[in-house]
Design a protein around this ligand. Structure first.
Ligand code: GUN
Length: 286
């Protein structure tokens, strides 16, 4: 059976480091790292994610401010809020929860955030810095995946990693980080041919396609490490359940190490968001 990579436990270790850094910033610089979270509309999954982010920030001793805007908010109104947060010296990190209602332009909103406060690492300047190996604010989910990978694979150099999914939020930055760690990286996606045999050659499979149970046991080389980024709500025998992109029960009999859903990548993402907020706060000193 595969080793279980416990995201809950690992994220608590990251959060302890975050709490120490929060205390240092407070005692040495009189700064309380503060995260502003913007939620537009009523998307139920987004409401849960946002509530969690705000709660964890408070637990780590940080400031957090939730701005809830109604679904009919205009681009101009949203841009004005971001502009205000950009100029508020008490706010160190800004996160606009995605997806936005369809009448709003996500790219425009992301580009409006001050790159120094872009704790998601989605601003084009931060995307470019990551591609050039100079990033200071790295997207949270891929950052969390790398911490998990390092735990079970101290030596990543030369390993073949396949990233399934090419989103801006996960797939693309994930590939950049793996490349930086000297992995040989293949990006696979919905149009990839012979994706199963491609994955079966990999030492590492990152499943970030948003398709429940996509990755089966026959996709995985015995002993490979499998990181499941998927969070999919499905109905199983009449009850709602969260499942990943990996068929967990089958794959855990083949893989060497695997992350569960829930309790895997999810808690790591939030921990890395708070880590980024302390980094942003430190960079904004002086
Ligand atoms: N929606 C799903 N994941 C994320 C994330 O990491 N950041 C933001 N802002 N929105 C998301």
């Amino acid at each position: 059976m595969a080793q279980l990579i416990d995201g809950k436990r690992l994220s608590n270790q990251v959060l302890q480091d975050v709490a120490c850094e929060v205390e240092r910033l407070r005692s040495e610089h009189n700064v309380v790292p503060t995260l502003a979270v913007v939620l537009v509309g009523e998307d139920p999954a987004s409401q849960v994610y946002v509530r969690n982010k705000v709660k964890r920030a408070k637990e780590a001793g940080m400031g957090s401010i939730l701005h809830r805007l109604d679904a009919g908010t205009t681009q101009g109104e949203l841009n004005r809020l971001i502009d205000r947060l950009n100029h508020d010296s008490q706010v160190h990190g800004i996160l606009v929860q995605l997806p936005l209602p369809s009448h709003l332009d996500e790219d425009e909103v992301i580009a409006a955030i001050n790159p120094a406060k872009d704790v998601d690492g989605f601003h084009p300047l931060n995307v470019g810095a990551l591609a050039a190996g100079q990033a200071s604010l790295v997207p949270c989910t891929p950052q969390g995946c790398m911490i998990m990978l390092h735990r079970v694979m101290p030596e990543l150099r030369g390993k073949h990693a396949v990233v399934v999914g090419r989103s801006n939020i996960v797939g693309k930055p994930m590939a950049a980080l793996l490349l930086q760690a000297d992995c040989t990286v293949t990006m696979a996606h919905s149009r990839t041919q012979e994706i199963e045999s491609l994955c079966r050659n990999a030492d590492i499979v990152i499943a970030a396609a948003g398709r429940p149970g996509l990755v089966g046991a026959d996709w995985i080389k015995p002993g490979a490490t499998v990181i499941d980024v998927g969070i999919n709500a499905v109905e199983v025998e009449g009850t709602r359940k969260l499942v990943g992109d990996v068929a967990f029960d089958a794959v855990s009999r083949t893989a060497g190490a695997i992350t569960p859903v829930p309790g895997g990548v999810g808690p790591m993402t939030i921990a890395c968001l708070l880590l980024n907020t302390t980094r942003a706060a430190r960079q904004q000193l002086a």
